[in-house]
Structures are given as structure tokens and as C-alpha cells.
Design a protein around this ligand. Structure first.
Ligand code: BGC
Length: 731
């Protein structure tokens, strides 16, 4: 449709029809095949009214969505198509690692390819919009949603945000296999006080602008069609009713022109925050702030008409919001092709096809981070190995957001081992339940029941494991957090693997000290207990559909691990929020060097995380030598090139990710002790050397100055490549 045609359409629509466009409900509410009960019944809208909602979420499948679209358009006075949205977070059917794992790949291009795959599958299943990427900066591992982020670094998150939006959307949303992306959760949702989900956020304007906003902005600049307003408050005002954030910053400063959708029920939550008196007030405040679509409360559908009639909201405001929604439908080509690509045959051919599984496997392999290895990995062919732990038999190794991924499409570790590694002398046993009955999983009934049920066999499981461990040359323990322990509403004050599994580890270590751990997790954990017992530790996150095969390929050395931590593994929970790019403080403390009592430190634990951002080993070793600059002054027009020679000093091929950090030594506002500015991956054969280089330009030295502008200032800058100090340059 042309802009003029859209305008004409808008003019023909009744106020009620327009407002319907601004409501989103779950698919079952409009499909008419379910009774509205429970909290949703409180929405208080008639089936007829719900049936005209302009978008729905949470349902997929070509056949069903085509039928729904047909029925919807038939009943709609202007035959406007409905939008189908869903959380496609790390794959539709072919599930790749959770976003935090993708962060560990340090490979935005790989993330882009994964998002292209997810979009193809989702589009074939009839979907139009995904609520991804989540661009929230995260520094607190207690917050379970860190698993949906690509980590603690602004620069890295920005690259991923951009790549993911490009992957989902391509050049043109009308193209085949493309869906619209939604940057979320705008803004600052990743910093809830004390790591408790949905909690108050207190961030200074400076911190928000310098560290939290840039990744959202990168996603927006890459063309994201939607932005989701977050649940949290900023400066005391919930974002979903916050004009400064949604209007002045998002629209005016960042230039976002697309659709703003509230997070689930966030408009209603304005009441519980104590910011709106009732539903009518909540509707007025969200509307004034600039929220175009109300997700799941029915408040807009109920209240906006009255607010317009009473002159609180103008019809012009409604028109602007509705126009943005119609434009999105138009960009997706829905007026011409309301089913877009919903197509059963295509769906059948694409979902979980070999090419997709291969990509998911590649992504999984590249996401694994080897944290420790005292010569036990990779496995040797002649060894007798006992694989012990609940994850040896666990089918579901997808993150908790993989709502469309299915267990039946996944092979367990044991199944892959038995079918593809028959020559390996291996014993496999679960050793313990995934969770003990002491586990607090309020609201997760199924998992809690499962944990208790398994508990009955605990002793027998342990005895089996000990017998296998005694006989083995090496024990590989496959343990970790349950997939339900990370994700939304999974804040934890104890960031450890479940106690039953720690008990198992302790018992096994008593009978066999030659022990490696494959660690499943959705967040950085306190792994001191594991660190003490294990000779090797590899974090595999929640690796997805091809996870088991990927793990075996890396354990057996067909591929070497190459991931790096996108977020610090704290020494203990007492350190969080902990991040590598902290400020110096006026009383900096150097471990082992400062004996002064009045220093910025803990008495009982170190300041440093156990494993910091950017850490990750592989099966070979690298050395960096001859680090130097070509010149030492950065000007507006000329950068400095930092060189070094990277040598593979081991006996195997390997890939190293080199990270370039700078520190601005004196500035108008204090600067982090280190900031990531660039990185590159280099693959080398044993004993091979290669000269690598990075160009540092004036742009790399910019930051949010005391004048509130992104600029660089004259002075000295320290430069490192990885841990190697290259020297100091001037600007
Ligand atoms: C989450 C969002 C998600 C939405 C829709 C909310 O509870 O916070 O991230 O996109 O639900 O499923």
C-alpha cells in the first residue's frame, strides 16, 4: 500500500477499530476455541472485542495461523490483517545456544546467521514479529534473565544487537524468510536492584547513556521495527508511563519511528507501581508516554475511547500510534500477502533441516568456554571414561525461552555417545537428580514435582555413579543449573549449581580425582566448589538442539573450544554486580601488593572475579610478542596501529580471540580501568606465527564527557591486547 492508501484506510476506520489495533492478546483469546478464565478473565473484554485485536502473541504454525488470519480478516470491517508475534529468542524449532552463550562466541556474524535461520523457520510457521534481541546490559548474575543478554559489555552487546536485527529483518521485511525484530527491554531492565526480577532500577543518567543505551541504539539504528518498553522504573517513573524515556529519549533523541509495544501487562503494572490510580489512569499515562500497543491487559481496548471522548487523549495521538502499526503491517507486506510465508510444505522442509542443525551445532561448539584444563581434555581414545551427572540423560538442554523448541527433536548426551562413539569405553550414569527437594522453584510445579520424584532413587543413583567412577581413568561430570533456574522470574541469591549435584561431585571426587566438569548454566555461577575438585571445567551454557553432539565433538577434540566469557564468573555472590570495566575508585587495591587497611577491598574475598570477562582457554596455547605501535599519537584523521605477533605455542591447531582494551588515564569524568574497543579471531597451526594489528582511531577514544557529549579528550591512553600491555598512546 502507498502512504496515501494507508492514510485513507486510517480515515475510514472507526475510533473503536483504531483502538483495537493497539491491543495485543494471546492467540487463544481470539481463536475462539477456549474459555477465558483465570487472570485473563479479568481483562473483562468480550470475545467480540478481543477478536479484533490488531496483534496476537504466542501462537505459531502455518496451518493454524493461516486459518486464523482468514477468519480474522473476514470478520474485520476493513479486512486488515492481524500481526502474529512471538518470543523467538534463540531459534524457532532448531534451537541454538542461549543469547549469553552466543555472546561467548564473540562472533556477531554467527549470531546473524543464526537469526536468519530462526527468521526463516518462524516465517514459514506464519510468524511476523519476534520479541528479540534483548539488548539489556547485565552485570548481576543473580538476575536470571542474564541468560537472554549477550553479556556485560556495551560494545559487544551493540555488535550483537545490530547483527541480530539484520539477521531477522534483512534488507526488506517483505523479503522471503524475514520477520520484524523488537529491541527490548527499553530501558535499563538489566539492572534491577539486588538482582531481583522486576525490581526498581536506579541508574544515573550518565551511566544509562554511556553504558546502557548504546546497545539498544545499535539495534534501533540497524532498523528494528519495534521497541518494547520495560517493566522497571527509571528515575522513579515506570518506563511504560515515562515520557522522558519513551518520547524525549527514544523518539526525539534516538530517532526511533517504529512501534512501541509494552512488555506483558506493563500498562496495568503502572497501578501496582503506585504511578496510576486505576486502569483509566494507566491507559492515559502509557498513551501519553507513547506506548502504541498494550500487551495483554485490555486496558487500551477498555479505556482509550472514553479518554478520547473526555478530551484527555486526542484522536490525533491515537491516529499516530495506529498509523505506526499499519505501517508495520505494510512493511511486512501483509496487505498484499496476509499469510506472508505461512506455508505447511515450506515449514516441513525447513524446520530442523540438516543445514539448520549444522548451524546450531557450529554455534554451540563455538559458545563453549574452557575455564580450566590441567591436561585432561581433550579425551584420549584409550581411556575408560565415566560420564556422570543428570545432564548425561537430560533431553531438554534448551534455555527456558525456547517455547517452540521440542524435546523430541533432541538427542541426549548418552544417546549421541552410544550411537556415534561406540568405540569409546564409556559408562554413563545420572548420579543424582537434577534438583533436590530442597530446591525453591515457586510457581514451577512440574519441575518441582520431578525433583521430588527423582529424590527417591537418590542413593541408588549415587552408588551406581561411585562404582563407575572407581573403575574409570577419567570422570567427566555433566552437571549444572536446571534450565528452569535461569530466564524470567528466576532471580537467585545463591548462584550455585543445585546442592544435590554438588554433593554428588564431592562423593565422586573422593573415589576418583581425575575429574572434568561440563557445566550447564544460564548465568555465571559461583563455582569455587567445582574449581577445587575438577581438573578441567568447560561451560556449555544451555546449548540447544545439537548441544549433545557439539559437546562430544569438543570433548573428543574434533573441534577445540574457542568461547570467551561475555560476563564475569564472580568469586562469590558477595561481589555482584561485578564487571571488568569498573572504575578505579580513589583507593584502588592491588591484590598482594597493598597492605594498607583503608583500601577498596573485601576482607574475606578477593576483588577480582574467579574468571573475568574475556577469559577462555583452548586446547593449545598462544603467546603474544613484539607488541608495539606504528606511531603514538591519535589525531582526528589518523589512527594508531597496534601490532603484535601471535604464536601458537602448542601442538594443536587453535583459534584465539584477541581483545583490544584501552584506558583513558585522565578525563573530565572517570573512565573504566579497561574498555573493550575491538576484537578479532585468529586461527593458527601449531608453531605458526602471525602478525596481527588493530587500528585505534579517534572514535575509539570517545566517551560521554562532563559536557554530556560523546567526544574524545586529549591525554594519555593505555592499550592492551588481551593481557599484554602494548604501551601508552596520546591524543
Ligand atoms: C517478557 C518479555 C516477553 C514478553 C512476551 C514478558 O514477560 O518480559 O521479554 O517478550 O513477556 O512473551
Amino acid at each position: 500500500m502507498t502512504k496515501k492508501e494507508l492514510q485513507n484506510l486510517l480515515e475510514e476506520m472507526s475510533l473503536e477499530e483504531k483502538i483495537s489495533q493497539m491491543s495485543q492478546v494471546t492467540g487463544n483469546l481470539i481463536s475462539g476455541d477456549s474459555v477465558i478464565t483465570g487472570p485473563l478473565a479479568e481483562i473483562g473484554l468480550s470475545r467480540e472485542k478481543l477478536a479484533l485485536s490488531g496483534s496476537v502473541l504466542g501462537i505459531a504454525g502455518a496451518k493454524e495461523l493461516k486459518e486464523l488470519q482468514k477468519e480474522y480478516m473476514k470478520n474485520h470491517p476493513h479486512h486488515i490483517p492481524v500481526l502474529f508475534m512471538m518470543d523467538i529468542i534463540n531459534g524457532y524449532k532448531t534451537i541454538y545456544p542461549i543469547p549469553l552463550g552466543m555472546g561467548a562466541t564473540f562472533d556477531p556474524d554467527l549470531a546473524k546467521r543464526c537469526c536468519e535461520m530462526a527468521a526463516k523457520e518462524a516465517a514459514a510457521a506464519g510468524l511476523h514479529v519476534t520479541f528479540s534481541p534483548m539488548c539489556d546490559l547485565v552485570r548481576d548474575a543473580r538476575w536470571g534473565r542474564v541468560m537472554e543478554s549477550t553479556g556485560e559489555d556495551t560494545y559487544l552487546n551493540g555488535l550483537f544487537a545490530e547483527a541480530m536485527v539484520e539477521g531477522y529483518q534483512g534488507e526488506d521485511l517483505k523479503e522471503k524468510g524475514k520477520i520484524a525484530a523488537c529491541v527490548k527491554h527499553f530501558a535499563g531492565y538489566g539492572a534491577p536492584d539486588a538482582g531481583r526480577d522486576y525490581n526498581t532500577v536506579e541508574l544515573s543518567d550518565h551511566t544509562l547513556r554511556e553504558f546502557y543505551f548504546p546497545a539498544y541504539k545499535k539495534g534501533i539504528d540497524a532498523g528494528a521495527a519495534l521497541v518494547m518498553s520495560s517493566f522497571n522504573t527509571l528515575e522513579g517513573i515506570p518506563v511504560t508511563g515515562n515520557q522522558k524515556v519513551l518520547q524525549n529519549i527514544l523518539r526525539d533523541e534516538m530517532g526511533f519511528e517504529g512501534v512501541v509495544i509494552s512488555d506483558w501487562a506493563a500498562i496495568e503494572e503502572l497501578i501496582y507501581h503506585g504511578y496510576a490510580a486505576d486502569r483509566r489512569d494507566a491507559a492515559a499515562k502509557a498513551m501519553k508516554a507513547g506506548v502504541d500497543i498494550d500487551m495483554m491487559t485490555g486496558i487500551y481496548a477498555q479505556e482509550l475511547e472514553g479518554l478520547v471522548k473526555d478530551g484527555v487523549i486526542s484522536e490525533e495521538q491515537i491516529d499516530q500510534a495506529v498509523m505506526r502499526i499499519l505501517e508495520l503491517k505494510n512493511k511486512l507486506g501483509l496487505f498484499e500477502h496476509p499469510y506472508k510465508e505461512a506455508e505447511e510444505e515450506q515449514e516441513e522442509a525447513l524446520l530442523l533441516c540438516k543445514e539448520h542443525r549444522d548451524l546450531a551445532r557450529e554455534a554451540a561448539r563455538k559458545s563453549f568456554v574452557l575455564l580450566k584444563n590441567e591436561g585432561v581434555l581433550p579425551l584420549h581414545a584409550q581411556q575408560k571414561i565415566a560420564f556422570i551427572g543428570p545432564y548425561t540423560k537430560r533431553r531438554n538442554i534448551m534455555g527456558s525461552w525456547s517455547i517452540t523448541g521440542e524435546e523430541k527433536d533432541i538427542k541426549t548426551f548418552e544417546e549421541v555417545l552410544r550411537s556415534e562413539y561406540q568405540k569409546m569405553q564409556a559408562e554413563v550414569c545420572a548420579g543424582s537428580p537434577m534438583l533436590g527437594s530442597d530446591m525453591k522453584l515457586e510457581g514451577f510445579t512440574e519441575a518441582a514435582e520431578e525433583a521430588v520424584a527423582e529424590e527417591e532413587n537418590k542413593e541408588q543413583m549415587l552408588q551406581e555413579a561411585l562404582a563407575a567412577a572407581k573403575e574409570a581413568d577419567l570422570v567427566v561430570m555433566m552437571i549444572g543449573e536446571d534450565r528452569l533456574q535461569s530466564g524470567e522470574a528466576t532471580s537467585n541469591a545463591t548462584i550455585q549449581i543445585p546442592q544435590v549435584q554438588l554433593d554428588l561431585l564431592e562423593e565422586v571426587a573422593k573415589v576418583n580425582e581425575n575429574l572434568a566438569v561440563v557445566l550447564f548454566c544460564g548465568r555465571p555461577l559461583d563455582i569455587r566448589a567445582i574449581q577445587e575438585k575438577a581438573k578441567a571445567i568447560m561451560a556449555v551454557w544451555l546449548p540447544g538442539t545439537e548441544g549433545a553432539s557439539a559437546i562430544l565433538e569438543v570433548l573428543t577434540g574434533q573441534h577445540a573450544p574457542e568461547g570467551k566469557l561475555p560476563m564475569c564468573f564472580p568469586y562469590s555472590v558477595g561481589q555482584v554486580p561485578v564487571h571488568y570495566n569498573e572504575y578505579s575508585t580513589g583507593r584502588p587495591y592491588q591484590h598482594g601488593k597493598d597492605k594498607d587497611r583503608f583500601r577498596s577491598k573485601y576482607l574475606d574475598i578477593p576483588n577480582e572475579p574467579l574468571y573475568s570477562f574475556g577469559y577462555g582457554l583452548t586446547y593449545t596455547t598462544f603467546a603474544l610478542s613484539d607488541a608495539r605501535f606504528d606511531r603514538n599519537q591519535v589525531t582526528e584523521t589518523e589512527g594508531v596501529r597496534a601490532f603484535a605477533t601471535l604464536t601458537n605455542t602448542g601442538v594443536r591447531e587453535g583459534t584465539e580471540t584477541l581483545l583490544l582494551y584501552i584506558r583513558d588515564k585522565v578525563a573530565s569524568v572517570v573512565r573504566p580501568v579497561k574498555e573493550l574497543k575491538a576484537f578479532q579471531k585468529v586461527t593458527l597451526q601449531p608453531q605458526e606465527s602471525k602478525e596481527i594489528s588493530f587500528v585505534i582511531t579517534e572514535q575509539d577514544l570517545r566517551f560521554l564527557t562532563a559536557e554530556n557529549r560523546f567526544e574524545s579528550e586529549e591525554g594519555e591512553f593505555d592499550v592492551w591486547i588481551g593481557e599484554t600491555f602494548v604501551g601508552t598512546i596520546m591524543r
